[in-house]
Design a protein around this ligand. Structure first.
Ligand code: PRP
Ligand code: ZN
Length: 305
């Protein structure tokens, strides 16, 4: 009997997040922005939820999919790369799907890529036939190789994958690339992308049917609110006339319809809109060139829109 079959009805939700590493801090701050707070200090492995019956378990990211599969945790914040790898491994072993990605969270972006020694001339995947590829993602890599119809050897390593070609234990690697600094430092160059990854909120395939169901629905709604609000900016500006408004509208495809504020007697139109993409300096300068004056960008603190 698995833990999920045995787990009794529970009235608290348990979320697994990375204890330390690149997803740890953004995961905590996302949950804090959802109104969660905890009693324990940061170095503890278990944080008791104070504001809501939602507890945190601080673990290694590799353990998160398994904790969800076993019903120990209801949710987890983990890289799609880790979730997909363990899902692929389960499938390869004939096990049923146990978890799913509920939301992409917009942080922890990276790619799972093939990288070869810099001096290689890359001519395409056919070139991989008979070669050894070092990786910590053997199941994703094996699936991908099968789909490509290429017969290469997967060399599974748990860490320091990037030095395998120099050590002679593999010809090339398949590893996560974020800034690209690790590859560059090891005289490797990326050649193929197997997976685009980011942090995701993962949950069990089977939803809870006790008190946790309501908590889960509420938390998901708050996560959506936070994600939506994070990239929402209120843009306020003035324009001389209708012609400028049309031009500005074309430069704001990711914004809500432009709203008119009451006339202040200055002769200019007073306008505002909620923008749902990045509002960079470059964008502001473009808007200014198109006729916007007095551009002001305001962040959104909270919204139930
Ligand atoms: C990944 C990957 C590389 C590094 C690449 O490891 O294994 O070592 O990040 O990042 P870069 O392109 O910015 O140099 P990570 O730190 O995510 O740890 P883990 O895979 O062992 O969890
Ligand atoms: Zn890891």
């Amino acid at each position: 009997m698995t833990a999920s079959q045995a787990s009794p009805a529970r009235d608290r939700l348990r979320i697994a997040i990375q204890k330390s590493g690149r997803l740890a801090e953004p995961a905590r701050s996302l949950l804090a922005a959802c109104g969660l707070s905890w009693r324990q200090s940061r170095d503890k492995l278990f944080c008791y939820g104070e504001s809501l019956p939602v507890d945190l378990l601080l673990v290694r990211d590799d353990d998160i999919p398994g904790l969800i599969a076993d019903g120990v945790c209801d949710l987890g914040i983990v890289g799609r790369n880790e979730l997909d790898e363990q899902a692929a491994e389960r499938r390869r072993n004939g096990m049923p799907d146990a978890y799913q990605s509920l939301r992409g969270l917009g942080f922890g972006q990276c790619r799972l890529m093939l990288a070869v020694p810099e001096e290689w001339e890359w001519r395409g995947v056919e070139q991989l036939a008979g070669l050894r590829i070092a990786t910590s993602y053997p199941a994703i890599l094996a699936d991908w190789l099968e789909r490509q119809g290429v017969d290469a050897q997967v060399v599974e390593l748990s860490g320091s994958v990037e030095i395998a070609p120099r050590l002679g234990t593999a010809d090339l690697i398949c590893d996560l690339v974020s800034s690209g600094a690790t590859l560059a430092a090891n005289q490797l160059k990326p050649v193929e992308t197997l997976l685009e990854s980011e942090a995701v909120l993962a949950g069990a395939v089977r939803e809870p049917n006790d008190m946790r169901a309501g908590l889960l629905a509420m938390l998901l709604k708050r996560v959506d609110g936070v994600l939506h609000q994070r990239d929402s900016k209120l843009l306020m500006f003035r324009a001389a006339g209708e012609q400028q408004v049309d031009a500005l509208r074309r430069l704001l495809p990711d914004a809500d319809p432009i709203e008119r504020l009451p006339d202040d007697g200055s002769g200019a139109l007073r306008l505002q809109t909620m923008c749902h993409g990045a509002v960079t300096w470059q964008r502001l300068e473009e808007l200014e060139r198109a006729g916007a004056q007095g551009l002001t960008v305001l962040t959104v603190e909270r919204s139930l829109a």
